[in-house]
Design a protein around this ligand. Structure first.
Ligand code: GLP
Length: 241
């Protein structure tokens, strides 16, 4: 695992964007794993800027979201499908039909999760997966206790995560209890993992997954087993290393 410490979220976004730009220039039909939450926003801002100002094209690329809430109505402002459209894919030239997300409103969740795994495989696997980390060490929505070999499936959110994500909703009561998420095994299949984190609120999680034991109680620690994991953080997030 390579850990890079930079002064600001803007520089973190720019460095992660460099990896994505290099990938897309080298392999125009690259498959990018897309994360939500606030951490990837500087990456998306920078990629959108490079698209507009420098002609960086995603016309042949495709994207797969990490996770999705269960039970939000289609088109809900906070559904991750909408967030990814708003924050990234609508700002670049990726084709709408090449942007995928797990289906959180299927009647047959198990079949929908399997279909998502199949779709990732059919696309040739994920070249670069963008990740944030939860304050409790989750990646995607793989909460502490998740199997290190897990695949896309339904999960119950930890109370901590519902509290953390309540800021995106009018009240905590509106935060769904269930989600579908790529599993840790699914994430580990990506050829390059780029995890970004900033702010003191992430310092405990960063210390635990970078320096602690590999353990299901800190799902992000699985990155220690990945042959190509890049962790880009600011001083505050690195303060307990
Ligand atoms: C969310 C998402 C994760 C994200 C994490 C951190 O619940 N499911 O993909 O990495 O929590 O969010 P943030 O970047 O807003 O701190």
């Amino acid at each position: 695992m390579e850990v890079i410490i930079l002064p600001s979220s803007k520089e973190i976004g720019a460095l992660a964007a460099d990896s994505i730009e290099a990938l897309v220039r080298n392999k125009p039909n690259a498959v990018i794993g897309l994360a939500t939450g606030s951490s990837p926003l500087p990456i998306y801002d920078e990629l959108a800027r490079r698209h507009t100002e420098e002609g960086l094209s995603f016309a042949q690329a495709s994207g797969f979201a990490l996770d999705e809430y269960v039970g939000l109505p289609e088109g809900h402002y906070e559904s991750y499908r909408e967030v990814i459209r708003r924050e990234f894919t609508n700002r670049v030239d990726v084709a709408a039909e090449n942007v995928h997300g797990p289906n959180g409103s299927s009647q047959d969740v198990e079949a929908a999760c399997q279909a998502y795994e199949d779709a990732i495989k059919a696309a040739g696997g994920i070249d670069l997966q963008i990740l944030g980390v939860g304050t409790n060490g989750h990646i995607g929505f793989n909460e502490p206790g998740s199997s290190l070999a897990s695949r896309t499936r339904i999960k119950t959110l930890a109370e901590q995560t519902r509290q953390d994500n309540a800021r995106f909703f009018d009240s905590i009561a509106q935060v769904p209890h269930h989600v579908v998420t790529q599993g840790l095994g699914t994430i580990m299949d990506a050829r390059h993992l780029v995890l970004v984190a900033f702010g003191a609120g992430k310092a405990d999680a960063v210390r635990d997954f970078v320096e602690g034991p590999v353990s299901a109680s800190c799902p992000a620690s699985i990155l220690q087993f990945h042959p190509r994991a890049t962790v880009i953080i600011d001083e505050a997030a690195a303060s307990k290393l």
